[in-house]
Design a protein around this ligand. Sequence first.
Ligand code: ADP
Ligand code: NA
Length: 327
Amino acid sequence: PGGERVFSGIQPTGVPHLGNYLGAIENWVSLQNQYPSVLYSIVDLHSITQSQDPAQLRNNIVDMAASLLACGIDPERAILFQQSQVSEHAELSWILGCLTSMPRLRHLPQWKMKSKQKNEGSVGLYTYPVLQAADILLYKSTHVPVGEDQVQHLELAQDLARIFNNRYGDLFPEPRALMSSTRKVKSLRDPSAKMSKSDPNAMATVTITDSPDDIALKIRRAVTDFTSEVTFDPETRPGVSNLVTLHAAMATISVEDAVSQAKGLDTGVYKKLVTEAVIQRLTPIREEIERLRADRTHLEEMLARGTQRARELAAPVLREVRQRVGF
Ligand code: ADP
Ligand code: NA
């Protein structure tokens, strides 16, 4: 339907892992085919809330573009762009920050969690939910795919749309959450935790560029339990169930079908089946990333074109904001 616009962002923090792929990117690919206007941002401004090596950051931005394109993001259907190159994000963030109370931010879960990990967080870490709100509102986005961990941040964006509209007159639609029923992928080494790129144990995570040998090794070493039969029960058998989840997702079959394919196999043999499904799915993606990385200029140009299109959408909205605020 007309007027509907999807916005989402991803940090340029290295090669995506299976959790990112199944939990976010795969859904992005399907949304670009369902909505008339879709923007996906590589949110480098967000990534510097944690310290980054400049050369590595620059490389990670282009590399994330390659990963997203290889996973199926189509620059004809989705505007793929680099956040920092559209300066309107930072400017709108300042204006929205002036409409946000301190306690409103203090109670957000990301702050509590991340600042505790690092003892003290930066002002940027504290206020990044405001920047997220700006990312969304800058394009008058109506739909935002979010995981459960981001719901409260989207609520801030909704509040800020309302606060701005009340003070300065209707401008922003209230963005709605697109809750996807995506699977949580667990760590292969500790299935009580989610698969995460911040996991120091490389064996816990399969990235989308892992070689077939690496994939086989990591899945062979995946933690299971003392029952050899394959069943799906995430509560009591998180390790085996994580393998079933991966198998089903990568082979695009239901969990029930995955379990029935595992009938008669012990978990050791089943791991080979899972490995095969993961390799089959990731091989074309890995090859496409390699192809794209080989022509960096082409990648940079593609990203620059997306960024230019984003700027063209952002500029008139920010002009209107500035005028309403009294600048
Ligand atoms: P990480 O935890 O590896 O740092 P991010 O927090 O950057 O990942 O998440 C990027 C996106 O990937 C988010 O949309 C998040 O919900 C999704 N995601 C991350 N880890 C997983 C996982 N283990 N299972 C499912 N989705 C995940
Ligand atoms: Na994270």
